[in-house]
Ligand binder design. Structure first.
Ligand code: BTN
Length: 267
């Protein structure tokens, strides 16, 4: 197993901002929880919190995130883009997009985003993104966002966590191990290349839309209020999914859990 450490990570970085402050833990509860704590203490934009093992990893919708030791990348970025809360989804968009681009740059694995922010390969879940937002400042901007990313890298198929979603890893998809340090460095540089324009007012919507596996698929979306069955036809600039039902009515869903009809992919 290739060990992670703040020094090794720093030696591989090519970024100017992301990861320039590194908090590495051999074991921690959740990198997101720690990044939120550091954010509240005033840690800078681009701070990276990364761990080899999480004992209380958090997934979306209050779920747990499991990863066997040593074979995953488990990290959170503390970001402070000058954005109002209404545009917060853009922060998650650039991070998911950066993940897909880094994987494409280093492997031949066709990774896509499953709305809202799963990283998938041919319907199997390779990773997930969980964003937690800080308060709104006097200027109407988010004080911070913590974006946590969990990716199955060098996990053998038999070691993949059992979830409702069929899981996969880069090892399972490529047939060989991938350097976590090289992948992390590329992830951060791809995210940074999108984060800088985001901070200058650019919308990642078109690029994010093009990287989605969900458009055109038959879906079943569970929201807090109802279950909508139909075809995913679009995503809005705010990151909502537009689903057209059998009667032709369009539903705009801001957050939910998507299942491809008849085959559960949400997890
Ligand atoms: C999902 O449910 O798909 C999102 C999973 C996000 C997991 C990552 S692992 C690193 C970071 N720390 C956490 O506690 N969760 C995120």
């Amino acid at each position: 197993m290739e060990p992670l450490s703040a020094g090794e990570i720093e030696a591989h970085l090519t970024t100017r901002l992301l990861g320039r402050s590194i908090h590495y833990y051999a074991e921690i509860g959740s990198t997101n929880t720690e990044a939120v704590r550091l954010a509240e203490e005033g840690a800078p934009d681009g701070t990276l919190v990364i761990a080899d093992v999480q004992t209380a990893g958090k997934g979306r919708l209050g779920r747990r995130w499991f990863a066997p030791p040593g074979g995953a990348l488990l990290y959170s970025l503390l970001l402070r883009p000058p954005l109002p809360p209404l545009l917060a989804q853009r922060i998650t968009m650039v991070c998911s997009l950066g993940v897909v681009r880094a994987i494409a740059a280093l492997t031949n694995v066709p990774a896509h985003i499953k709305w809202p922010n799963d990283i998938v390969v041919n319907g199997k879940k390779l990773g997930g993104v969980l964003t937690e937002l800080g308060n709104v400042t006097d200027r109407g901007q988010l004080a911070y966002a913590v974006v946590g990313m969990g990716l199955n890298v060098n996990l053998a198929p038999e070691d993949l966590p059992e979830t409702m979603t069929p899981p996969t890893s880069l090892l399972a998809e490529c047939g060989h191990t991938i350097s976590r340090l090289e992948l992390l460095a590329r992830l951060l540089s791809e995210i940074e290349a999108l984060y800088m324009p985001l901070c200058a007012g650019w919308s990642p919507h078109e690029e994010w839309r093009a990287a989605l596996a969900t458009i055109g698929e038959a879906v079943r979306v569970g929201t807090a209020e109802e279950v909508i069955i139909g075809t995913a036809v679009d995503v809005t600039d705010a990151g909502a999914l537009v689903v057209q039902d059998a009667a032709g009515a369009r539903h705009t869903i801001l957050a939910g859990d998507v299942t491809l009809r008849g085959h559960r992919l949400g997890g």
